[in-house]
Design a protein around this ligand. Structure first.
Ligand code: HEM
Length: 498
């Protein structure tokens, strides 16, 4: 009994000693970073976390208030970790434009797998090792070159046309539907077709296994942001479904890869899509790393459709709220396209006001709010010394809404992006900047323009009253209520030229 008591005492002593040492370490970390401006910590150990836990709503607006109060370089404490929010053009330029600062392993590692099932792995978005990233990027770049993308216009038109047919069925001025859902379906069909040669037909039925699995994985990704969510009893069904969905995506990916490999080996002319590029690169390097290929299969599905769908639905929302901008845009579309059905590259170049509207939509509603880097060595930025081994956070959402960088920032004003307006240097980066910027930027903007132009050409849209226009960060920033709309044909008498 005595021995048991002594062992217990010893354990307690060891625990107290470890805790004491940990507290000393936390104090040492505080001392290292406390010269950096920031809100007062609420708790010695938890740092700013209690404030964030209490603020259940959209965190980015909350940080924006801190930026207004404490300046563009802000410290965020959580236990012994400190991240630094960089909201100055000088900092953005320095850290994002150089390959010297890798993505933060701790942050991107969190989406390597989802509930223990491999998810984005070492795919192009999440890979942190520069050499491994560079190898993959070099291989895929040709499938995103402007000349290659010009050849995709036919698919963009075809799929956008299918969307218009679905919308025509709803366009009686009464039916209410989520624009976000419709946009998600069309962008999923587009990425499946052009990146992997798959006909998903999500527009016709998104309950078929593959589109459903993609939706489930996105749901899981959103939920996973809450720690310990997967262990809560009420969530077991979702966790199981997400894991099954991930296995299904990888299984379909594997079949798709095997078929294409066989076709290439049999000398069949394969289209130069993302999959062919990935397989060619893999053969060239002699790696045959199928897990990495599957990482990219999933990466392109996830990165390549939801972002554009969010952008499109936010744009519809903003236009419906600004009739004068909508009218000007419709006039441009009528002028450039008339009743023409097949939009070509030349038309896209002429739709300049539409480009401005899409850019302005990304300023106020960027689907990807920012990015994260790892600083290995001490650095001084804007006169503030940032210690080595620090996580740096960048936010186009916050900078896009700061008075310092954009006059009257909360007003939706596409003229900010007119040809003669001053360029927003290093304070607007919805596709990120530098070497790790979005490979799909041109793709996304061509796709968005084709879909928006057809929508504007054919329909009048109205927002269903009573919905909130709140934003939610569920892995990407999206409209909380899905942009509920009613549609009417714009000019029923107008025929479409082939
Ligand atoms: C409006 C649409 C889109 C937005 C706003 C967007 C935004 C972004 C951003 C901000 C990043 C950097 C992410 C980070 O630093 O963690 C990124 C990376 C990436 N995006 Fe996009 N994206 C869009 C569309 C697309 C499309 C259509 C594709 C594919 C066809 C795509 C594929 C990728 C890939 C593969 C990366 C990783 C690039 C690399 O690190 O080399 N994105 N995107």
């Amino acid at each position: 009994m005595e021995a048991l008591g002594a062992a217990g005492g010893l354990l307690l002593g060891l625990f107290l000693l470890a805790f004491g040492l940990y507290c000393c370490y936390v104090r040492y970390i505080h001392a290292k970073y406390d010269h950096i401006p920031g809100a007062p910590r609420e708790s010695f150990l938890f740092g700013h976390l209690p404030i964030l836990w209490r603020k259940q709503d959209f965190m980015h607006d909350f940080f924006l208030q801190w930026a207004e109060k404490y300046g563009p370089i802000i410290r965020l404490n959580a236990f012994h970790r400190v991240s630094v929010l960089i909201l100055s053009p000088e900092g953005v330029k320095e850290f994002l434009m150089s390959p010297q600062y890798p993505k933060d392993r701790l942050v991107y590692g969190r989406i390597f797998s989802l509930f223990g099932e491999r998810f984005l792995g070492n795919g192009l978005v999440t890979v942190c090792n520069h050499e491994h990233w560079h190898k993959q990027r070099r291989i895929m770049d040709p499938a995103f070159s402007r000349t290659y993308l010009m050849g995709l216009m036919e698919t963009f038109n075809e799929k956008a046309e299918e969307l218009m047919e679905k919308l025509e069925e709803k366009a009686d001025g009464e039916k209410e539907f989520s624009m976000l859902t419709m946009m998600n379906r069309v962008t999923m069909d587009i990425i499946a077709k052009v990146a992997f040669g798959l006909e998903l037909n999500a527009l016709s039925d998104d309950q078929t296994p593959f589109p459903h699995a993609v939706t489930m994985v996105l749901k899981g990704m959103a939920k996973m942001r809450m720690s310990f969510m997967q262990y809560m009893p009420g969530n077991q069904k979702l966790v199981k479904e997400v894991k099954e969905s991930l296995r299904l995506l990888r299984r379909v990916g594997k079949e798709c890869i095997d078929q294409r490999r066989e076709a290439i080996q049999n000398g069949k002319e394969a289209t130069l899509d993302v999959l062919t590029q990935i397989l060619k690169g893999d053969a060239l390097e002699g790696t045959r790393d199928d897990e990495n290929i599957l990482d990219n299969f999933i990466t392109f599905f996830i990165a390549g459709h939801e972002t554009t769908a969010n952008q499109l639905s936010f744009t519809v929302m903003a236009l419906a709220q600004h009739p004068e901008i909508l009218e000007r845009l419709q006039a441009e579309v009528d002028d450039v396209l008339g009743a023409k059905r097949d939009i070509d590259n030349e038309d896209l170049g002429k739709l300049t006001y539409l480009s401005q509207v899409l850019k302005e939509s990304l300023r106020l509603y960027p689907p990807v709010p920012g990015t994260v880097r790892w600083l290995e060595e001490e650095h001084i930025v804007d006169g503030v010394r940032i210690p080595a081994n620090t996580t740096l956070v960048f936010s186009t959402y916050m900078m896009g809404r700061m008075e310092k960088y954009f006059e009257d920032p909360l007003t939706f004003n596409p003229d900010r992006f007119s040809k003669d307006a001053p360029k927003p240097y290093y304070c607007y980066f919805p596709f990120s900047l530098g070497p790790r910027s979005c490979i799909g930027q041109v793709f996304a903007q061509m796709e968005a323009k084709v879909v928006m132009a057809k929508l504007l050409q054919r329909f009048e849209f109205q927002l269903v009253p009573g919905q909130s226009f709140k934003l939610v960060d569920a892995g990407t920033i999206r409209p909380l209520d899905g942009v509920m709309c009613k549609l009417k044909p714009r000019n029923p008498a107008r025929g479409c030229r082939a």
